[in-house]
Design a protein around this ligand. Structure first.
Ligand SMILES: NC(=O)c1ccc[n+]([C@@H]2O[C@H](COP(=O)([O-])OP(=O)(O)OC[C@H]3O[C@@H](n4cnc5c(N)ncnc54)[C@H](O)[C@@H]3O)[C@@H](O)[C@H]2O)c1
Ligand SMILES: O=P(O)(O)OC[C@H](O)CO
Length: 325
């Protein structure tokens, strides 16, 4: 199975590094300087500096080259995936979604976007606690590959899995996606706690109550509770809420230190998906009557509608209730 990775950011480059262990791997990058940097120096200086890359990664900026590959790993930012698929050659056999987010314009999860754009492809979701720089340097990592057609998923797993890149199969596509999308918003909230100096107790409370929000939203979208409690949900939530290696956590830390979102978002070349997921997730939750107060607080902070102290007071003055509510 010939693999193409679509997106030359940190995660696309790390995934190409894994796939290249099993044979030549195409890496489509939007930026000519990224393709040139990989071809000339075997390093993605812009998005994954300092990691020597395999000679089996073949960089390109031409989407037409994807036609030669049976499986595409989609690793563009979530808001750009549909446009890239529409500009690419006709459907591959397998489309493996590795981005984390919800399409703002349609409110769709990415597997729904992919099905619309590529109706003939077997659509899968690959997600879990996976900092790109750790994967690219071969540190042990485990993740979930969710697909409706198990045989296709097994073929993809056989091509990609390595001892230090452990892939667990699931048939809960929506569940694997919801976890990755929602945890980015919650990681911003945990960053705020860190930046404002609110303490470790507050961060643990946010993780647990944030997980309750993720579960409520996910169950409403047909996700299963055990998927949300697995690698792509709780596992990724714990990782991203605990480290400044997370771009989402770092963004939240800046907000907690009192810097405005506009300043923190200006000129950044890397993507903090939670900033794009928060408004659409809040909108969907309100439409569907799902209580997500932490997500709403992050949305207000990002939009500059409320200060850290105001959202904190709002969260702390909510009525006391049972834990399962
Ligand atoms: N970095 C990680 O550790 C990691 C791990 C798992 C999942 N992800 C997810 O992977 C996705 C990509 O993140 P990343 O970390 O590889 O990116 P990045 O922040 O390293 O780089 C930004 C990427 O956005 C692309 N981009 C910018 N504007 C674009 C446009 N108009 N059209 C298409 N692409 C455009 C750039 O080409 C580049 O590939 C995100 O959804 C992210 O949540 C990231
Ligand atoms: O740096 P972040 O916050 O985009 O997180 C990266 C990955 O999603 C962690 O699994």
């Amino acid at each position: 199975m010939r693999i193409a990775v679509v997106g030359g950011g940190a995660w696309g480059t790390a995934l190409a590094q894994v796939a290249a262990q099993g044979g030549e791997t195409l890496l489509w990058a939007r930026e000519p300087e990224v393709a040139a940097s990989i071809a000339d120096t075997r390093e993605n200086k812009l998005f994954l500096p300092g990691v020597p890359l395999s000679s089996a990664i073949r960089p390109t900026t031409d989407l037409a080259d994807l036609a030669a590959c049976e499986a595409w790993l989609m690793v563009t930012p979530a808001q750009h995936m549909r446009r890239v698929l529409e500009a690419a050659p006709p459907s591959p056999r397998a489309l493996i979604l590795c981005s984390k987010g919800i399409e703002e314009s349609s409110g769709q999860l990415l597997h729904q976007v992919a099905r619309e754009a590529c109706p003939d492809a077997a659509v899968m979701v690959l997600s879990g606690p996976t900092f790109a720089h750790e994967v690219a340097t071969g540190l042990p990592t485990a993740l979930t590959l969710a697909a409706e057609i198990e045989a296709e998923a097994e073929t993809v797993r056989a091509r990609l899995a390595r001892p230090a890149f452990r892939i667990y199969l699931s048939d809960d596509v929506a569940g694997a996606e919801v976890g990755g999308a929602v945890k980015n918003v919650l990681a911003i909230a945990c960053g705020v706690v860190e930046g404002r100096g609110l303490g470790q107790n507050a961060r643990a409370a946010l993780i647990a109550r944030g997980f309750a929000e993720m579960t409520r939203f996910g169950l409403g979208r047909g996700a299963r509770a055990e998927t949300l409690a697995g690698l792509s949900g709780l596992g990724d939530l714990v990782l991203t809420c605990s480290s400044t290696s997370s771009r989402n956590f770092s963004l939240g830390k800046g907000l907690g230190q009192g810097r405005p979102a506009t300043e923190l978002m200006a000129d950044r070349r890397t993507v903090a998906e939670g900033a794009f997921t928060a408004p659409v997730l809040r909108r969907l939750a309100e439409q569907e009557g799902v209580d997500m107060p932490i997500v709403a607080a992050v949305d207000d902070l990002l939009a500059g509608r409320a200060s850290v102290d105001a959202v904190l007071e709002r969260l702390l003055s909510r009525p006391l209730r049972t834990e399962r509510a």
